[in-house]
Design a protein around this ligand. Structure first.
Ligand SMILES: [Zn+2]
Length: 367
């Protein structure tokens, strides 16, 4: 095996209303033409600001494509066939995690440079290599990987503050998973340099979420791009992304994301956001792993922010616990845990967590 490997870290610019002022100079290194692709709401929020920033610069915009909100193979193929994409050197991905992942797949198969413009802080997708691809029925299909993360990410906190707060809420739920999942799946292993640095970053991932998460949500409710919101946006988008690009996939997301992936395969549970379900998966993992003091601490955070703490809050009633445990087992990978996880352990953890939650008040969900 070759001992040569390359690691590419995320590059990012964060700012308020003028955050895109750095776009022309930054993207000039990567090409002379760009296609802007995003969801409808994201394009309305960011599209004119990006075009304004590029006005008078050497970068030509080949077009703006509104692409819906599904990261599917079919959508990537459809976009790739357009003249706007074919004639562009760069793809500007504008929106949330699904748009980032869709554009990663497109950038891979079309051989384009990728620049990302997250308009919500809901996952770390804007700065990572991995993309999650779904079937058209919204169920999980597969992961795809770029060789490197987006060449640059432009974070505009003014746009993020004005987006619906529910995305920041779910983003907190996704970000807090790293501190639990990475040390869990890497426990007991003698890690090499890159994995070790990535897992060490993850060990403190949730500290700012405990300290400033509630404040950032209150600020987002008032559409204000405050210092707390900036810290939380960086935590959700970048800190988690640093771990993601540094570690092997199994040390990035593990059991809590298995719970999420399983949840996408459950009938009649739609309407929940990725980070919302992941944050519930974290509580299941801490329960299963017997880290009860940490479980209680994270449970308190979920409860105070209105993130789910019991199966009914992710639309799984008591009569479907066994089915949920079975679906979760479909996504449990041996390399993502320090010991064998069994169906009985998962089922027991779901029941124990529900029992604990029954005794503890929770704030209403933000959805
Ligand atoms: Zn996630």
């Amino acid at each position: 095996m070759s001992s040569t490997s390359s690691t590419y870290l995320p590059n990012w610019t964060i700012g308020g209303a003028d955050a895109y002022a750095a776009v022309p100079e930054t993207v000039a290194a990567y090409g002379t033409s760009a296609v802007i692709i995003g969801g409808e709401r994201a394009m309305a929020a960011a599209g004119p600001r990006i075009r304004e920033a590029l006005a008078g610069s050497p970068t030509a915009v080949t077009g703006s494509l509104v692409a819906g909100d599904e990261a599917t193979q079919e959508k990537a193929d459809e976009l790739q066939s357009t003249g706007e994409v074919r004639s562009a050197d760069m793809i500007f991905a504008v929106g949330g995690g699904k748009m980032m992942d869709l554009c990663k797949l497109l950038a891979i198969q079309a051989g384009k440079v990728l620049l990302t413009f997250p308009t919500i802080a809901s996952t770390c997708a804007a700065v990572t290599r991995v993309g999650v691809i779904y079937h058209r029925d919204h169920s999980f299909s597969r992961y795809v990987f770029r060789e490197r993360p987006a060449e640059h990410t432009f974070i505009n906190t003014d746009i993020i503050a004005k987006a619906p707060t529910v995305y920041l809420w779910a983003g907190i739920g996704d970000a807090l998973s790293k501190q639990v999942e990475s040390p869990f799946s890497s426990r007991g292993l003698d890690l090499g340099h890159s994995d070790r640095v990535g897992v060490d970053i993850a060990r403190h991932e949730a500290d700012p979420l405990f300290a400033h998460g509630a404040q950032a949500l209150a600020d987002a409710d008032r559409n204000e791009a405050t210092e707390a919101l900036r810290e939380i946006a960086l935590n959700i988008l970048v800190t988690t992304g640093l771990t993601s690009v540094l570690v092997k996939h199994q040390f990035n997301s593990s059991f809590a994301h298995a719970v999420y992936n399983a949840h996408t395969r459950m009938p009649n549970v739609s309407g929940h956001l990725h980070g919302e379900v992941v944050s519930f998966g974290v509580l299941v993992l801490l329960t299963l792993d017997g880290q009860l003091a940490e479980r209680d601490r994270f449970h308190g955070l979920n409860a105070s922010l209105g993130l789910p703490t019991r199966t009914t809050q992710v639309s799984v009633g008591p009569e479907r616990i066994d089915e949920f445990a079975e679906r979760i087992m479909d996504f449990v990978r041996p390399e993502e845990a320090p010991y064998e996880i069994t169906y009985d352990m998962v089922r027991r953890a779901l029941l124990d967590l529900n029992a604990y939650s029954a005794d503890h008040e929770a704030s209403p969900a933000r959805r």
